[in-house]
Write a protein that binds this ligand. Structure first.
Ligand code: ADP
Ligand code: ADP
Length: 253
């Protein structure tokens, strides 16, 4: 989900804006032949917000499973019908369904030179399927970027998240409010709260994250692919740290 203007308005819980002089240099465009990246982290940690910036930096095809599923639900397609009830409850959609959705994209022509996945994999099983598929094609995952934030912080973020009806542009009532209340700055469509961002479902989604996605994080750590970022910092600072880590990976390549 995008922060529309890259800004975070002053508000409770906002961390100070990063001081560029103490941050690592921002990466120049990467020369690595293929940048195959995944974003992992608790709901509300800022994966979509960072994805928006990384896409601009690296011109990568971006696949957010949450966005793909919500569009399918809206359309009433067979995928949407299958996934809708799981999403409403805050449960994960079954692995085989998700793997099919994502493998099709990773194998597609658009992603032949690299990709950025947001929200997939979310279980060790999904990670294994992705890894096997990349292996079979002689490709590697460049890194799993973990954007982490404590439960109290993500609860505040999810309860204030508002998303525009037309294009899923993302705002926050306190940290990134729109100029006109309830209206998207970018396309004028109404801002809505996601069903699964309501308090009861958020607590459940966090449990699901701790139970099912934490083991995936350990799995990537054990393979030396995990890069950890403190998502409770300001969006610009998180972005700069990710860029610096990607530049390091490029140097090592
Ligand atoms: P995710 O994709 O991980 O669920 P989002 O990028 O949608 O998370 O961010 C969740 C909410 O928190 C949104 O309302 C967004 O505007 C806000 N947000 C994102 N990053 C930050 C940050 N670093 N500081 C404060 N608020 C943030
Ligand atoms: P967030 O951005 O808040 O982390 P997402 O938008 O990524 O949430 O996901 C919303 C919902 O879509 C999840 O709660 C789950 O029901 C479903 N979903 C998304 N990605 C996956 C996945 N890889 N595996 C299973 N379910 C998924």
């Amino acid at each position: 989900m995008a922060l529309p203007n890259g800004q975070v308005a002053p508000g409770i819980g906002q961390l100070p804006t990063a001081n560029p002089s103490v941050l690592p240099a921002i990466a120049s465009p990467l020369l690595m032949s293929e940048l195959n990246l995944i974003l992992v982290g608790p709901p509300g940690a800022g994966k979509g917000t960072q994805a928006d910036r990384l896409r601009k930096d690296h011109d990568l095809p971006y696949y957010s499973t949450g966005d793909i599923l919500r569009a399918a639900v809206k359309e009433g397609s067979p995928l949407g019908k299958e996934a809708g009830d799981y999403m409403k409850r805050g449960d994960l959609v079954p692995d085989e369904v998700m793997c099919e959705v994502i493998m099709e994209r990773v194998d597609g022509e658009e992603a032949a030179g690299g990709f950025l996945l947001d929200g997939f994999p979310r279980t060790v099983r999904q990670a294994e399927v992705l890894s096997d598929r990349l292996d079979a094609r002689g490709r590697d995952l460049t890194a799993a970027l973990l954007i982490d934030a404590p439960d109290e912080e993500v609860i505040k973020r999810l309860s204030g998240r508002r998303v525009c009806a037309e294009n899923q542009h993302t705002y926050h009532l306190l940290f990134n409010p729109p100029k006109r209340e309830g209206v998207c700055d970018r396309d004028g469509s109404p801002l809505l709260q996601r069903d699964d961002d309501r308090e009861e479902t958020v607590a459940y989604r966090l449990r699901v994250f701790h139970d099912q996605t934490k083991p995936l994080i350990e799995w990537y750590e054990s393979k030396g692919l995990l890069r950890h970022f403190d998502g409770s910092r300001a969006p610009d600072e998180v972005h700069q740290r990710i860029s610096a880590a990607l530049a390091e990976l490029e140097e090592a390549a």
